[in-house]
Design a protein around this ligand. Structure first.
Ligand SMILES: [Zn+2]
Length: 155
């Protein structure tokens, strides 16, 4: 299928060296829309909405921001937030800039950690995009759902 110029522009912004050094696609060769659809199906299986995930990730980010670079112990989880200078646009191209904030959420129970950026939270919420497989900030929906103990038993 032939792509529209708009779609080509969209794809370019996800490539390495455009908005970020390593880009958003990793070694994923699927079309952006197919990645979104596949990840959306995982959420559906658990009866979750994009906003459910984004809200929870935001909650941890906000807690982490209360300590400057320090660890915040929330009981079951430990959160740490790292700030970098500057702002970045969303690769989907709408106006607005996002702070370069990276959040680590560590689960004491499972000894697992997820890591995500403030931009990732935005992309999950607004675009349903979790990153291409192999990309630096790719989040696996299933890992997030398990670590944050969300949804029912969708499996
Ligand atoms: Zn966006």
């Amino acid at each position: 299928m032939k792509q529209t110029p708009g779609e080509q522009q969209l794809e370019i912004r996800f490539r390495p060296g455009q908005i970020t050094k390593s880009g958003f696609m990793g070694d994923d060769t699927r079309h952006i829309h197919d990645i979104i659809e596949a990840d959306g199906k995982v959420l559906e299986r658990f009866g979750l909405k994009k906003a459910d995930i984004a809200d929870r990730l935001t909650l941890f980010m906000d807690e982490g921001k209360k300590e400057l670079e320090g660890k915040v112990d929330l009981g079951e989880y430990v959160v740490q937030v790292h700030w970098a200078r500057g702002l970045m646009p969303c690769p989907f191209g709408e106006p607005g800039l996002h702070p370069k904030v990276v959040v680590h959420v560590f689960s004491k129970a499972s000894r697992q950690e997820i890591r995500y950026s403030q931009l990732s939270v935005h992309m999950i919420r607004k675009h349903g995009f979790w990153g291409g497989k192999g990309s630096v900030f790719r989040l696996e929906p299933i890992d997030v759902i398990r670590l944050l103990k969300m949804g029912g038993n969708g499996e």
